[in-house]
Design a protein around this ligand. Structure first.
Ligand code: IPM
Ligand code: MN
Length: 345
């Protein structure tokens, strides 16, 4: 029997509510498909920070290295700990240290969910660069708090980093419709983004079966709303991908529906799966957060672990569950979880 060690980091706010639901779903699927999941809850969060002075212990990354996958809820509770501390203490270091350079975010309408555009067939796969670019963390501040204050934050794009994310996206496009949209802002940013365009054009020679279109971030944002059916696989830098995937989430019905996988397809280290939404402290613990994104993320985890049938079981159950609720009758966290569990047979 295949056995997998899963690190469960519920984190903050509604991360706790939805990770609990997602873990129940995972356990039921494992029993059904006869594989074993050994979960370990790690209490790393803003509460943990207030107690210990750090978001995760100094050997946190080493601890995580022993797992096959990480299921993460959400990180951040700005009233307790500034986001600049919490996210740089937990979520972002995991992405960087395990070199999880691909962030896959599927945006598609689930059955029963209309989304604000009220259009059928919205289905875009976003591939976001996840370790460098605008999130490189290179910068500093001088003369802080004075009139002479200067803040610098440099976007770093390496050819290696750009090429590997584009290559992943070309491969993904090949597996879907063969259409790829590459996103930059090379009309304004003439170094990093022009290099990105050049690498896109170079790789396009290797993938003659993939039709590549280049868009600027502003234009593709409009296209997401006006003409989403013209898009299929979309690849973008870290920050552009971050913004576009909130837009994608909104169009698929809200942040509660958007799942994600942080992957390093070339490494044996753990990958991380998390809903795109944040910790939403205002509704934390009320039992009303949607667990859909977290549950969908578990399907992405199972697929990555090689448990394809398990992944399909989760997705099928999720689709049946969302189809049973209407906008007027929004389920609680528990109702949605029960509904998904009920369809796993
Ligand atoms: C996301 C989030 C994070 C990001 C934040 C919380 C740092 O918005 O996963 O999309 O920007 O990557
Ligand atoms: Mn985001």
């Amino acid at each position: 029997m295949n056995s997998y060690k899963i690190a469960l980091i519920a984190g903050d706010g509604i991360g706790v509510d939805v990770t609990e639901s997602a873990w129940r779903v995972l356990q039921k699927v494992a029993r059904l498909h006869r594989f074993e999941l050994v979960g370990e809850w790690l209490p790393w969060s803003c509460e943990y920070y207030l107690e210990h002075g750090y978001m995760m212990p100094a050997d946190g990354i080493e601890t995580l290295r022993g797992f096959d996958s990480i299921l993460l809820g959400a990180v951040g509770w700005p009233e307790k700990v500034p986001d600049s501390v919490s996210l740089h203490g937990l979520l972002l270091p995991i992405r960087k240290q395990f070199d999880l350079y691909v962030n896959v975010r599927p945006h598609r309408l689930l059955p029963g969910v209309a989304g604000p555009l009220r259009k059928e067939g919205f289905d875009i796969l976003c591939i976001r660069e996840n370790t460098e670019g605008e999130y490189s963390g290179a910068g500093g501040r001088i003369h802080q708090g004075t009139d002479q204050e200067v803040a610098v934050e440099t976007s770093i794009f390496t050819r290696h980093g750009v090429e590997r994310i584009l290559r992943y996206a070309f491969e993904a496009a090949r597996k879907r419709s063969g259409k790829l949209a590459s996103v930059t802002k090379s009309n304004a940013q003439k170094y990093t983004m022009v290099m990105w365009d050049e690498v896109t054009d170079e790789l396009a020679q290797e993938y003659p079966d993939v039709v590549v279109s280049r868009y600027h971030i502003d234009a593709i944002a409009a296209r997401f709303v006006m003409n989403p059916e013209s898009l299929d696989v979309v690849v973008a830098s870290n920050l552009f991908g971050d913004i576009l995937t909130d837009l994608g989430a909104a169009i698929q019905g809200g942040l509660g529906y958007a799942a994600s996988a942080n992957l390093n397809p070339d490494s044996a280290g753990p990958s991380m799966f998390e809903p795109v939404h944040g910790s939403a402290p205002d509704i934390a613990g009320q039992g009303i957060a949607s667990p859909v994104a977290a549950i969908w993320s578990t399907a992405m985890m199972l697929e990555h672990l090689g448990e394809k049938e398990g992944a399909n079981t989760v997705l099928n159950a999720l689709e049946k569950a969302t189809a049973t609720f209407t906008r007027e009758n929004m389920p609680t966290t528990e109702e949605m979880t029960q509904s998904v569990l009920g369809f796993i047979e």
